[in-house]
Design a protein around this ligand. Sequence first.
Ligand code: SAM
Length: 257
Amino acid sequence: MKVRYIQNVAIISDDKYNNTDKQTIEKTVAGILNDRPDIKKILRKTTESIGEERISRFDVIYGDRSTEIEYKEAGCNFIFDINKSHFSFSLSGERRRIANEINDGEKILCLFAGVGPFPIIIARHKKVEIVAIEKNPDAFYYLLKNINNNRLIGSIKAINADVEDLFKHVEKNSFDRVIAPAPKIDKDFSSFYIDSLKKEKGKKIYLYDFCHANEIDLLKNIPWVLNVKRCGSYSPRVYRVCIEIDIGLYQMFAMLL
Ligand SMILES: C[S@@+](CC[C@H](N)C(=O)[O-])C[C@H]1O[C@@H](n2cnc3c(N)ncnc32)[C@H](O)[C@@H]1O
């Protein structure tokens, strides 16, 4: 079984879902508690992330029965129900990297905000105006709770809506940066990213996607793509990437083509 530690929570998963016998699970739990006596809860992942909301299922096999977990990152506190909302633990380095790139005074759009890791960490470290959009009402409940718990009311405007309805809530051409940790589904939201940004050089989209190694090389040759940063792996030679696009360059080339 695979074991992953998220602070004082351990998450175990089978190589193939639910094919592990009881004895192996008991042995794994005993091993975890022996190695890490600070562990408060052990969850067993029973499904992959599914659907637009990217929710996986977890059973509690040690600790109190709640699937609500607490997590700290970059000086911020998060609470969320792991069975009702998605949280990308593996993007913690990205959240810090992007928060560092942002300048005070900017206007930032965080799409697919989940329970708030991107907007909350950015708002904690920079004096910016942030709009965060999340569709799943359960994730949105925790987004509001996390904004409140981190004393960031007033810095983040949270909207419970579908990105497809974005321009019912925000003005076009008004943001300096768009951050889009999009769900792995077959829908193209690119017109929303493009239309929300000010049309000037240096205004950027950070799009998270999954790409094969060969596609990464092709993307790097596109003149308006500033960077394709690997930030995790999905399967052999398929990586999670952050594709950084300069909208000013995109517009300039679009006029020439
Ligand atoms: C991959 S998760 C990212 C969550 C969070 N940003 C993080 O990094 O942990 C994608 C999120 O987008 C939300 N979502 C999916 N489709 C959406 C849509 N059309 N409009 C708004 N939110 C959507 C899901 O509910 C989910 O919370």
